[in-house]
Design a protein around this ligand. Structure first.
Ligand SMILES: Cc1ncc(COP(=O)(O)O)c(C=O)c1O
Length: 353
């Protein structure tokens, strides 16, 4: 028997949202964009197909330039990966090794504890508040001399809650200057809270902030895998050092450039998703369902002990959601038809007091 790291065999595998079994089943379990790719984005990928016998440019020059221009930063500040989950792994690997600690809220993005453990570091999961928000005081209390990295997921997956500017400022007063704070903004485009802590704004003001963005959600490129960090040049350079060589394809780079060219069109789609989120939330509230006021492209139902029953009813109605027994259910905002189906399923149930 070959010897493997014991800690790996004990890891829970990352759980992907279930695949629909028929065309009449709606997959609302992975926070995907319900709109198909724009024709201009498809055209950019088709054009790139003729060169897939070649390796992609590892420095991703065009998309790096475009992202740098968009945020008014230098290309040296930008580092890419195959999805922001790969960039999160790079951030951890560049910051924390054996004996080091990485703090994050819990429940939050499922990959955090897995990636930290794989890197050989120690995950420190700090429970959310009773309102399913980051408990930043408790997270600050959890900082030790071993802390090397802290994730702040804003808005938080799966609860949809946000961190305000004032809350993050207060928190950062307690974070040592040599600890990197990563603001994971996978869902930032859906966040309409004017008091929210904007990652790029904090990056400009604090030297120990990195911002994590993705093309998967608002830009609808989940299947092509592209994410990036904006960080100090020394940090970004280390991310490039630990990156898996050639993981970011030319197709992904070109599709991302085409998406930045189509921001206005994509913005209209984001507005529609946000409007649908408002409609879904209002109907859930009218039905007496406890849920957080989500700032992302999903809603979080606080179903507690009722979770398995509600999830079974959703499945029966052809709606696949992401459920955590005895905690709650995350349901992505989908097409109008999918959202209607979700609401119709909920209307057949009664929330327990
Ligand atoms: C909070 C958060 N960060 C990062 C990611 C990673 O997304 P991707 O790797 O597709 O960019 C996700 C995906 O669900 C997420 O929810």
């Amino acid at each position: 028997m070959v010897r493997q790291r014991e800690v790996i065999a004990e890891l829970p595998a990352y759980k992907q949202g279930a695949a629909p079994s028929s065309a009449d089943v709606f997959k609302l379990s992975s926070n995907e964009n319900p709109f198909p790719p724009l024709p201009s984005v498809v055209a950019s990928v088709v054009e790139a197909l003729s060169t897939i016998h070649l390796y992609p440019a590892m420095s991703a020059p065009t998309i790096s330039q475009r992202v740098a221009e968009k945020f008014g930063v230098d290309v040296d500040n930008v580092a890419f990966g195959a999805g922001s989950v790969e960039v999160a792994a790079q951030l951890i690997q560049a910051s924390a090794g054996s004996g080091d600690e990485v703090i994050f809220a819990w429940r939050s993005f499922e990959a955090y504890p897995i990636l930290v453990t794989v890197a050989g570091a120690t995950p420190i999961a700090v429970p959310l508040t009773a309102d399913d928000a980051h408990d930043l005081d408790a997270m600050a209390d959890a900082i030790t001399p071993r802390t090397r990295l802290i994730f702040v997921c804003n808005p938080n997956n799966p609860t949809g809650t946000g961190v305000t500017r004032a809350e993050l400022e207060r928190f950062l007063e307690r974070v040592p200057a040599d600890v990197l704070v990563v603001i994971d903004e996978a869902y930032v485009h859906f966040n309409r809270d004017e008091n929210t802590a904007e990652g790029i704004d904090f990056f400009r003001r604090y030297p120990n902030i990195a911002v994590l963005h993705t093309f998967s959600k608002a830009y609808g490129l989940a299947g092509l895998r592209l994410g990036y960090a904006i960080a100090q040049p020394a940090v970004a350079a280390n991310l490039r050092r630990v990156a898996v060589p050639f993981a970011v394809t030319d197709l992904a780079q070109r599709a991302a450039v085409a998406s930045l060219d189509a921001e206005a069109e994509l913005g209209e789609r984001i507005d529609q998703i946000v409007a649908e989120r408002g409609r879904v939330s209002a109907e859930l509230a009218a039905g007496g369902w406890k849920h957080s006021d989500s700032l992302a492209n999903f809603v979080w139902l606080r179903t507690g002990a009722q979770t398995d029953d509600v999830n079974a009813a959703l499945t029966e109605h052809g709606v696949l959601a992401r459920a955590w027994s005895n905690e709650g259910i995350r349901v992505s905002i989908g097409s109008t038809e999918a959202n209607d189906r979700f609401l119709a399923a909920m209307a057949t149930l009664q929330p327990t007091p």
